[in-house]
Design a protein around this ligand. Structure first.
Ligand code: CO8
Length: 260
């Protein structure tokens, strides 16, 4: 794994943890962080030691958005490149075959909230805060937020958050379904790793295919989704892992999956 200036990456027991590590700037996403995130996601996607990825932030913030200081004086060409880099980094994460869990330790604002929405699901510390303050800066969520927020939250809730720029707390995020669980700050990582471990011990090919199929539910027609589910299921049935899972059940023992 490459060394990154703004990320800490570790792998243990099939779980990779990416920590955005720019706490002096509230982990704001500048061009370099975005490039590093895309690179790390691609590398972990191809790493056989990894079955699940946890994404979190160092310090008080998960990610407090795109880097306003870098954006402020950009011309249109550089800004376009920056938007594309942001969309691309989040798309790489979103379309990995491995599940990605956002462990939201603090502020998840603007591009940070968009980043969290590019993960499969989110859990949060009770201190976390969420919102899309972009309209207060004269821009709007442009790292995929206008497309992902309505898919996760419904159009009405997404519109209110995006148009008002309001900041909400973890309890409200739980209520609207933006996060699945809220934990005490000191137990956030421990609880997230428990969820990650319960995914990592399943058949990895089955989880990967399930992730792609679940994602399709928000993006395509019922017919196309069912067709994908059917064909992906048949391919999954042909794996050694499937035979191991069913044999382990019949033989009353724990399954050992090799991702084959
Ligand atoms: N960009 C750059 N620097 C930042 C950012 C940011 N998004 N957020 C915080 N920082 C910096 C601060 O400027 C400060 O730096 P310095 O010490 O040099 O003054 C340092 O981090 C610490 O921040 P604060 O002193 O402000 O810390 P507080 O605890 O008082 O406040 C907050 C924390 C509430 C998170 C506050 O920092 C804040 O409001 N940050 C900005 C939040 C925001 O507006 N985010 C949206 C940014 S725009 C965006 O995400 C667009 C995404 C998609 C656009 C598509 C086109 C590119």
């Amino acid at each position: 794994m490459a060394d990154y200036e703004n990320l800490k990456v570790s792998v243990s027991d099939f779980i990779a943890t990416i920590t955005v590590n720019r706490p002096q700037a509230m982990n704001a996403l500048n061009s370099q962080v975005l490039a590093e995130l895309a690179d790390a996601a691609r590398a972990l996607g191809a790493d056989e030691r990894v079955r699940v990825i946890v994404l979190t932030g160092e310090g008080k913030a998960f990610v407090a958005g795109a880097d306003i200081k870098e954006m402020k004086d950009m011309d249109m060409i550089s800004f376009r490149r920056f938007v594309a880099a942001g969309q691309n980094a989040l798309y790489v994460l979103d379309t990995l075959e491995k599940p990605v869990i956002a462990a939201i330790n603090g502020f998840a604002l603007g591009g940070g909230c968009e980043l969290a929405l590019a993960c499969d699901f989110r859990v949060a510390s009770s201190k976390a805060k969420f919102g899309f303050p972009e309209v207060g800066l004269g821009i709007f969520p442009g790292f995929g937020g206008t497309q992902r927020a309505p898919r996760f939250l419904g159009r009405g809730m997404a519109s209110e958050l995006i148009f008002t720029g309001a900041m909400i707390d973890a309890a409200e995020a739980l209520r609207i379904g933006l996060v699945n669980h809220v934990y005490a700050p000191e137990s956030l990582m421990e609880e997230t790793l428990k969820i990650a471990a319960s995914i990592a011990k399943q058949g990895p090919i089955a989880v990967a295919r399930a992730k792609t199929a679940v994602k399709m539910a928000g993006d395509t027609t019922m017919e196309a989704g069912l067709a994908f589910e059917r064909e992906a299921m048949v391919v999954t049935f042909a794996t050694k892992d499937r035979y191991e899972g069913m044999s382990a059940f019949v033989e009353k023992r724990k399954a050992e999956f090799n991702g084959e």
